[in-house]
Design a protein around this ligand. Structure first.
Ligand code: AHG
Ligand code: MN
Ligand code: MN
Ligand code: MN
Length: 336
């Protein structure tokens, strides 16, 4: 009756994380409580995205954010939901969101030990046309029990305790790592629970897909241009790679994690630090890629070694299958 057992032995994300956390005798369930509040935010955004077209949630909010981007209604709504859920968890002390210019320092009465960096709605340009979008988050422990300062979030990505994303696509799927591998959960809407569906995901060592916005090719630097040229006109007689680019980082990274290949958002002459934000896009996705056996490179160093100096700092990023990233690292090393 293995199948029956599976049906009644529901491995919800809460139960899964409780199991993992029980390995740490000192853990008092704080992390599980924090994660539950992140999951609550994801469930809310999932439901809002699914009825965006009906609930007049399409279109602009009439504001622009610190990134100079026009905020969509769903950007603002999901940001508010996550900030409120995280503060009410009583387990956070600092929040950094793509949509807020300044970090949020939680009131001492509601303060906990965790710092959460997040992109409440990733892929906003795809909202109105119904293409997959997502939420990305990373979790740090504050450095020590002093008064929280920005230094507690300006930590290299390798200090993250956990990272994950939720993708609002044909199904709502949450991919999470707490430092012991990558696990994928799927929302069962009839239960309102995320159920473990793909334990211990590993990215293929090499892939046949490259993912980049070719529209920026005019401004690429040498190594990136050379790498993309190699993808399209391989010298060793192998077949060219396929190009897949969705324009939502969550969707492009999710496909890369499952199918293998490489995702690139390089620097270019217009944006010398690239476009993607270090704390809540580059670090969480790099953390997941390493945990899945892949790697993540900035063009200069291992992405997770980067020490950010500003909360909305950007970095070029090349991440995905281990061997594919090795290839581009060799080209940057050769350029010296
Ligand atoms: P966001 O919607 O959170 O601002 O992020 C958009 C990002 C990322 O999702 C995606 O990889 C990238 O922008 C696409 O940028 P281009 O349109 O320049 O390719
Ligand atoms: Mn944005
Ligand atoms: Mn984003
Ligand atoms: Mn966003």
């Amino acid at each position: 009756h293995a199948a029956d057992a599976h049906r009644t032995d529901l491995m919800t994300i809460t139960r899964f994380v409780l199991n993992e956390q029980s390995k740490y005798p000192e853990s008092r369930g704080d992390f599980t409580i924090l994660l539950n509040h992140i999951v609550l935010g994801c469930k809310f955004v999932c439901s809002a995205v699914n009825k965006a077209g009906l609930a007049k949630l399409i279109g602009l909010a009439g504001e622009t954010n610190v990134q100079g981007e026009e905020q969509k209604k769903l950007d603002v709504l999901s940001n508010e939901v996550f900030v409120k859920a995280l503060v009410s968890s009583g387990r956070t002390c600092i929040l950094v969101s793509e949509e807020d210019e300044e970090a949020t320092f939680v009131d001492p009465s509601k303060r906990g030990r965790y710092c959460v960096v997040f992109d409440p709605l990733d892929g906003s340009s795809n909202i109105d046309c119904g293409v997959s979008i997502g939420t990305i988050f990373g979790i740090y422990m504050m450095k020590d029990n002093h008064e929280p300062t920005l230094d507690d979030v300006l930590q290299p990505g390798k200090q993250m305790l956990a990272a994950g994303y939720c993708m609002y696509g044909s199904s709502c799927t949450l991919v999470l790592s707490t430092g012991e591998g990558v696990n994928r959960f799927t929302l069962d809407p009839s239960l309102g629970e995320f159920i473990l569906t793909h334990p211990d995901i590993k990215i293929p060592k090499k892939g046949k897909i490259y993912s980049v916005n070719e529209g920026n090719a005019k401004n690429w630097d040498g190594p990136t241009a050379k790498y993309v040229e190699k993808c399209k006109f391989p010298k060793d007689g192998s077949s060219p790679k396929s190009l897949r680019y969705i324009g939502s980082m969550v969707a492009d990274v999710h496909r890369t994690l499952l199918y293998g290949g490489i995702f690139l958002y390089p620097a270019d002459k217009k944006s010398p630090s690239g476009k993607l934000r270090v704390l809540y896009e580059v670090f969480p996705m790099s953390f997941l890629m390493e945990q899945a056996g892949g790697q993540a490179f900035t063009g200069k160093q291992r992405a997770l070694d980067l020490v950010p100096t500003k909360i909305h700092e950007r970095s070029p990023i090349f991440l995905g299958s281990f061997d594919d990233v090795e290839d581009i690292k060799a080209l940057y090393a050769a350029e010296g």
